[in-house]
Design a protein around this ligand. Sequence first.
Ligand code: 6GU
Length: 243
Amino acid sequence: MRLDVVSIFPEYLAPLELSLIGKARTDGLLDLHVHGLRDYTSDRHRTVDDTPYGGGAGMVMKAEPWALALGDIAAQVPARRPTLIVPSPAGEVFNQKLAYELAEEEHLVFACGRYEGIDERVLEWAAEQFTVRPVSLGDYVLNGGEVAVLAMVEAIGRLIPGVVGNPESLIEESHSDGLLEYPVYTKPSTWRGRDIPEVLLSGNHGKIAKFRREHQLRRTAARRPDLIAALDVSHFSKTERNV
Ligand code: 6GU
């Protein structure tokens, strides 16, 4: 997968050289390029923002540097329509389903806005070459898209075959089946007077699976009732429906 990130703070994306994503890059699974937006300005001050038409607080990112940066990226990779992700609290909410969907793409481009956002005409213009998707991490406001891109690239990148060493760890994690993960324990079996649930020592795999499933449901109901409401319970057993 090819990934391009455009930002006025390219150093903000340095963590993408670390850990699993960094390894995926050196292994050739992710071809990731970070671009500095100011490299696409031509004035002495490398200006990327200006005051908003209509007035109001803050600054708006100018259209031309974005068009030059995105046009350059599109020309470098003349593949099929890349997806342009625009991190924004005004976007559709990012979740595991969207991560899976984006992990199927050949080429993702991330446009990190700062200030009050990017001149809206950039998104209209970009739609001629890209599939444009404004995406939000959730209902709160960050200062810019960079932190959101770190989160999204990690969530998407780990779903690409070969990036996570043991693909089985992707199957039983939170959100893979619409529920939160069950609680986990490791040695010692008694720690500071606290025992692990006895069933986990029983060796009875059927009972362990039932225990875990029940705790997934209990935890999800307690912490995320919105997820329970969204579940398709038609394939649930009668006992599961009553947990
Ligand atoms: Cl993707 N960007 C910004 N700037 N703020 C956010 C966000 C994204 N998601 C939640 N808040």
